[in-house]
Design a protein around this ligand. Structure first.
Ligand code: URA
Length: 422
């Protein structure tokens, strides 16, 4: 094989063979195809798309760059959830222990935030002592004993994706449905869960800004999952405004604890329960009511066990910011706009996210909002609170919020769950 032939074919709209795809992914992962040739191929895919056969072969080749785990020895059904990424989306935190408390094991290999979106591992690392890295034996033991584990993926899970994602990030080739779908699904199929629920975000704070492309991404991923023998459904959910009442790290852990204690913001509770019901149904337990496990404390017990198993102290105080800056409501009326992307960028600039992969994040940084879209606000009432360890960051965060808040504007907001794709 020759990389130039593969690039030319894709550039000219000729369908690649399974053999060509297996070769190029394998050779790139082994360091035999250089970044400049892979970049050209990715840009050709970006413009030409992929046929269903190409996408299936590409995804399988990415899975085969590592190992596909087998969790059948666990003796319990397994289910996982994956979100395409958003602002204030902390659902994994209450969801994993909740589903585990309902008898379905949750083997979640998770990631970090990049850009304006938050990462589950960054949030959990705000808990004193908690660690993201587990050995394979620790991972399996925790899955068996606690039933829920959220940790970093090892190097044997779709290593081709680690390389390709980093290359896409710097070559303007992230926002491609076949490339996103194969990236996410190769990791999730390799993880080995029986059932998978995809939370495909749509709106300003998501990768896919409009509902139709979010639906297409959802359909593409559901097709890949089902073809690989994983029962897969997708919910397309609102990310025109952020989820819950906070975006950041420690502050999102605190909000998740409210949900686990039976309270918390209505939208976060609703989405957590909707995803839990899908996971339980996919794992063959459609009759179990997850709301009961939130109400009677079983989900909270499961959370504490999950945190302790990874070295964390679930009862330790969470890091607090040294600086707080309040933004007040500009008028009296209905809050009609609270832009997800703007709030995500503000939290990022306050220190909750990183600009480069190797940067540290601040556990205490973030944004809290005191009203959700659709609620009444009064001119001058505290609406947003910016939290940081570094006062010099506040001005740039405020600049990101320009135009983010609207009272009695003509904006229409999406329903929380826009669509369900099977
Ligand atoms: N998340 C991923 O894991 N991959 C993508 O390509 C986009 C979002």
């Amino acid at each position: 094989h020759d990389a130039i032939d593969v690039i030319r074919a894709k550039r000219d709209g000729v369908e690649l063979s399974g053999d060509q795809i297996r070769w190029v992914i394998g050779a790139y992962t082994a360091g035999q195809v250089p970044d400049e040739q892979m970049s050209a191929l990715l840009m050709s895919v970006f413009f030409r798309g992929m046929t269903p056969a190409e996408l299936a072969a590409w995804t399988q080749a990415m899975i085969d760059s590592g190992v596909r785990k087998d969790l059948s020895g666990l003796g319990r059904p397994t289910a996982d959830k994956h979100s395409t990424g958003g602002v204030g989306d902390k659902t994994t935190l209450p969801l994993a222990p909740l589903v585990a408390a309902c008898g379905v094991a949750v083997p979640q290999l998770s990631g970090r935030g990049l850009g304006h979106t938050g990462g589950t591992l960054d949030k959990l690392e705000a808990i004193p002592g908690w660690r993201a890295a587990l050995t394979e034996d620790e991972y399996l033991a925790q899955l068996r004993d606690v039933g829920a584990v959220v940790c970093a993926a090892g190097n044997d899970l779709a290593p081709a994706d680690k390389l390709l994602y980093a290359l896409r990030d710097v070559t303007g080739t992230v926002e491609s449905i076949p490339l996103i779908a194969s990236s996410i699904m190769s990791k999730k199929i390799a993880e080995g869960a029986d059932a998978l629920v995809l939370d495909v975000k749509t709106g300003s704070g998501a990768f896919m800004k409009d509902v139709e492309s979010s639906r297409e991404l959802a359909r593409t991923m559901v097709g890949l999952g089902e073809a690989a023998g994983v029962r897969t459904v997708a919910l397309v959910t609102a990310m025109d405004r952020p989820l819950g009442r906070s975006a950041g790290n420690a502050v999102e852990v605190a909000e998740s604890l409210e949900v686990l204690a039976g309270g918390g913001p209505a939208d976060l509770v609703e989405l957590t329960l909707a995803l839990a019901r899908e996971m339980l149904a996919g794992a063959g337990r459609p009759d179990v009511d997850p709301a009961a496990a939130l109400a009677d404390g079983r989900a909270m017990d499961s959370w504490k066990a999950m945190i302790r198993a990874q070295g964390g102290d679930p009862d330790a105080p969470l890091p607090q910011p040294t600086e707080r800056h309040v933004v007040t409501a500009p008028a009296t009326g209905t809050l009609t706009r609270l832009d997800a992307y703007a709030l995500g960028v503000a939290a990022w600039r306050l220190g909750a996210g990183r600009a480069r992969k190797e940067d540290p994040v601040s556990a205490a940084a973030g944004v809290v909002w005191h009203a959700s879209v659709g609620e009444q606000v009064t001119a001058g009432q505290p609406l947003l609170e910016l939290q940081t360890d570094d006062a010099s960051r506040i001005e740039r965060a405020l600049a990101a919020l320009d135009g983010a808040v609207g009272v009695d504007t003509e904006d229409t907001v999406l329903p929380l769950v826009v669509d369900r794709i099977t």
